[in-house]
Write a protein that binds this ligand. Structure first.
Ligand code: C5P
Length: 255
């Protein structure tokens, strides 16, 4: 199967549905995907997913489940029922939890009679972790190891458990594709435009949109560089331009 053009996912990290929907209305027709993360989901619940879908977006429900398998099973089923086009668990939850999550996604899809399976991804190592040399001795997950190596091992375990792909830094995407195959999806936050004035915020393992696409990223997640820009529409257009495409090139999958 040919690789689809990389797609832009705008992270709607807002405290209220009103702010999220206002931003979404401004980028309607530009980005195929929006992301509802912990901040917005905790404030608004699954209704916000339905509202964004009604506006024509595909919605990534980014709640990073990590719990006992039975609880993750229920959470995955609820996320699929909310209308998520993509959802995620933590790879650190282990193989049993990952396999149960895949089965729960598949059960919910057949119960609801969905034509398309929502994509199920595993978060490897957060893009806010690890310092410039790739090591962070105080980090209990990395334990002094190279982030890239830990990410690769978690990606291979996620691939073996039947997940569709992983959340990683674009810095790791090429190695993951090499190890797990081109169909194994890489969704990459930590996207930043080089700017001597702006800081990368709390992100550490960052890459530009151009480099992320070149590394093989399938989905680029961008939040503050768009949502906190003086002109979010121009910022989104600039990122799409740097990605070398537009929404017209993207081929969204619909439930
Ligand atoms: O504002 P910024 O572009 O840094 O937003 C990145 C988004 O991606 C945030 O919503 C964050 O929660 C999410 N994310 C991340 N790193 C991960 C997984 C998710 O930054 N590994």
């Amino acid at each position: 199967m040919a690789k689809l053009a990389p797609q832009l996912v705008i992270a709607l990290d807002f405290q209220t549905g009103r702010e999220a929907l206002d931003l979404a209305a401004r980028v309607q027709g530009l980005a195929p995907w929006v992301k509802v993360g912990l901040e917005l989901f905790v404030a608004e619940g699954p209704g916000i997913v339905r509202e964004l879908k009604a506006m024509g977006f595909q919605v990534f429900v980014d709640l990073k489940f990590l719990d006992i398998p039975n609880t993750v099973r229920g959470a995955v089923r609820s996320a699929v029922k909310s209308g998520a086009g993509m959802l995620n668990i933590h790879a650190l939850g282990g193989t049993d939890m990952a396999r149960v999550a895949v089965a729960a996604r598949d059960e919910a899809v057949s119960e609801l009679g969905l034509k398309t399976r929502p994509l199920l991804l595993a978060v490897t190592v957060l893009t806010s972790m690890a310092c410039a040399n790739g090591k962070d001795p105080d980090n209990p997950i990395l334990q002094g190891r190279e982030a890239a190596q830990v990410v690769l091992e978690l990606a291979q375990a996620s691939h073996a458990a039947g997940l569709d792909g992983v959340v990683c830094s674009a810095q790791e995407a090429a190695r993951i594709k090499q190890a797990c195959g081109p169909q194994f999806l890489c969704l990459t936050p930590g996207i930043r435009i080089p700017n001597p004035v702006a800081s990368p915020d709390d992100q550490r393992r960052v890459m530009t949109p151009e480099a992320a696409v070149a590394a093989g990223s399938d989905f680029l997640v961008v939040g503050r560089p768009i949502t906190r820009a003086a002109d979010p529409v121009s910022a989104a257009r600039d990122i799409l331009h740097r990605m070398g495409g537009s929404m017209a090139q993207a081929q969204p999958v619909r439930n």
